[in-house]
Design a protein around this ligand. Structure first.
Ligand code: HEM
Length: 188
């Protein structure tokens, strides 16, 4: 018989949650930067092909870690926010976190659909050919491209809001909220 894992609570995030948070953040920054650069390279150059391949590997990796992260989050309750935090800030935090989870899936999925619609294979790490999500469909390609670009704008906006909120907690409110997600924090 399978057992439901126990929910855990503490004033600090668990080590796997912290590791996944920073790993995904780093991967997203690299994937985003590469996406930005590769699209401006001259068509048909070997660099462009290589950058597209790396971009896809990184994007698929973000998706896989995002699955792990959601599974961890569902079984390990995050620490409660400080009680003195105004209600609107709690709602804003929950909303931004929820939307960040959504775009963590939607951005890689739209990129993958763009690739599949163009009939371009995704060969993970140059080793394993992953299945296409749909048959090649040139008519859908511009739709998925537009979706991928605008979802990336949404991702960048949410990451910026999240970053500014973390700075506010650290330097204006000085309430320890940021420290709970830092690997070197000794808080209990
Ligand atoms: C977190 C994951 C991802 C991020 C942050 C990301 C980000 C980006 C960015 C910033 C661009 C440039 C958009 C532009 O200004 O034209 C781009 C383009 C692109 N991405 Fe992604 N991407 C991700 C995942 C993926 C995945 C998983 C795939 C496919 C398996 C993919 C396929 C593509 C392709 C084919 C383009 C080029 C679009 C074109 O030629 O106009 N992306 N991506």
């Amino acid at each position: 018989m399978t057992q439901t894992p126990a929910l855990t609570t503490s004033s600090k995030y668990t080590s796997p949650a912290i590791a996944l948070h920073w790993l995904i953040a780093l991967l997203i920054i690299c994937t985003f930067g590469l996406g930005w650069v590769m699209t401006d390279l001259p068509a048909g150059t070997p660099n462009k092909m290589q950058y597209y391949a790396w971009h896809k590997w990184l994007g698929v990796t973000v998706f896989m870690f995002a699955v792990l992260r959601v599974l961890w989050r569902a079984t390990h309750r995050p620490p409660a926010l400080p009680s003195q935090l105004p209600i609107w800030q709690r709602w804003a935090a929950h909303l931004v976190h929820f939307l960040l989870y959504l775009v963590m899936f939607a951005v890689p999925l739209s990129g993958y659909l763009l690739s599949s619609s163009a009939g371009a294979p995704v060969v993970y790490l140059g080793l394993v050919q992953l299945p296409a999500l749909i048959d090649p469909a040139p008519a859908l390609k511009p739709i998925f491209r537009t979706a991928h670009v605008y979802l990336n704008y949404a991702l960048a906006t949410l990451v910026l809001l999240h970053f500014l909120a973390a700075l506010k907690h650290r330097f204006i409110d000085r309430n320890g909220v940021l420290a709970r997600m830092l690997p070197w924090c000794k808080c209990k």
